[in-house]
Design a protein around this ligand. Structure first.
Ligand code: NAP
Ligand code: G4F
Length: 325
């Protein structure tokens, strides 16, 4: 019988961490989830699988915690999803964002190098690295022009991953993932902010939602599809970098249309544009070319844009009903 594979997931309490942990458990992995200390428990997204996970304390700001986790649990694969991941916050907390989202990657790579260089490593890179895009669509060779401290930190995380692969021969891959969403998305991100607001308005709990730039365009996919790409990258003989995207782009305005329509509402009566949600520098348009991921790791999407937004609106209406609204 083949030995059980063990994976360490940082950021396991986040949107992607929860879907990835489910996928790995389904594949028969022992899943070690790293959680940082907080004064209240925030395991909502993994509550349904918590008993199957081994949750261990650690923080990407603290290298010793990473070394000890690797020494104790000896994973075969490490998925680094931990980050300060909200772009808007990165202007308010640029140094913290750099510590967690950029230097956190080096801390993990160093811990791997010193503990067991055979460990396979996945870095959660981002389409935010393309920023002020140089070409449309964006692919693995498109140059980066990040537009936020978050984007800058992710560029560092990407290149340090490439550098440790080239310097030390680590099996380190970088997934350049475009926006991916789900009912588990944080409430501050625009898709979930809108789906949750639609549910509240539908149930008479609110009358409006205040948004920033309605014209910006994103390539939005479903998180459940995207974690399959993360896993597939680490199953390849050679490490590499891959764009993961749907190849379709939609504006925030279109997102509003689809989301409100799902609940039988007219978005123009409820959406208010508010300056406070505009960004100091915007990423106007993202759309990815995922042909390499399709060809080399056989990755495809199963959930399209309209289905995704409808799923999120339905889930938020159900959630509010369950909460007794
Ligand atoms: P998320 O929901 O914000 O989750 C982030 C996770 O990182 C949470 O578990 C959080 O823990 C953890 N974390 C934050 N700071 C940490 C620290 N100092 N030490 C340890 N853990 C820490 O993000 P996501 O949407 O799942 O995204 C996962 C990763 O993919 C992130 O790196 C993100 O930047 C990247 N990414 C996301 C997308 C997307 O569209 N979702 C696209 C491209 C790349 P707490 O629960 O304690 O806060
Ligand atoms: O949902 P967002 O906050 O996501 P953003 O900035 O694209 O970043 C997400 O995707 C990245 C991948 O490209 C990840 F790396 C990152 O971690 C994160 O998951 O904003 C999307 C767009 C932006 O153009 C923003 O200006 O929506 C626009 N927007 C308009 N009104 C708004 C709002 N965004 C938010 N969060 N809130 C608004 O009220």
């Amino acid at each position: 019988m083949a030995p059980t594979r063990r994976a360490l997931v940082t950021g396991v309490t986040g949107q992607d961490g929860s879907y990835l942990a489910e996928l790995l458990l389904d594949q028969g992995y022992e899943v070690v989830g790293m959680v940082r200390r907080s004064s209240t428990v925030n395991f909502e997204r993994i509550a349904h699988i918590q008993d199957s996970l081994r949750l261990v304390p650690g923080d990407v700001l603290d290298e010793v915690s990473l070394l000890e986790i690797l020494r104790e649990h000896r994973p075969n694969e490490v998925y680094n999803l931990a980050a300060q991941s909200f772009v808007q916050t990165s202007w308010r907390q640029p140094v913290f964002t750099g510590e967690a989202t950029a230097l956190g990657v080096t801390r993990i790579l160093d811990a791997i190098r010193l503990t067991d260089p055979e460990i396979r490593f996945y870095q959660a890179s981002s389409s935010e690295m393309f920023g002020k895009v140089r070409e449309v669509p964006q692919h693995e060779q498109t140059s980066f022009h990040p537009r936020s401290p978050y984007g800058v930190a992710k560029v560092y995380g990407h290149w340090i991953t490439v550098n440790y692969r080239e310097s030390y021969g680590l099996h380190a891959s970088s997934g350049i993932l475009f926006n991916h969403e789900s009912p588990r998305r944080g409430l501050e991100f625009v898709t979930r902010k809108v789906s949750h607001a639609v549910a509240r308005i539908k149930l008479g709990l609110d009358s409006e939602v205040r948004l920033g730039n309605l014209e910006s365009k994103r390539d939005w996919g479903y998180a459940g599809d995207y974690v399959r790409a993360m896993w597939a990258m680490l199953q390849q003989d050679e490490p590499d970098d891959y764009v993961v995207a749907t190849g379709e782009t939609h504006s925030v305005r279109e997102l509003c249309e689809v989301a409100f329509e799902r609940a039988g509402l007219d978005w123009e009566r409820h959406v208010v544009v508010d300056e406070q949600f505009f960004r100091p520098a915007e990423v106007d348009l993202l759309v990815g070319d995922a042909s390499k991921a399709r060809d080399r790791i056989a990755w495809t999407t199963e959930v399209g844009f309209v289905e995704l937004i409808q799923m999120m609106v339905d889930a938020d209406i159900d959630l509010l009903h369950r909460e007794g609204a």
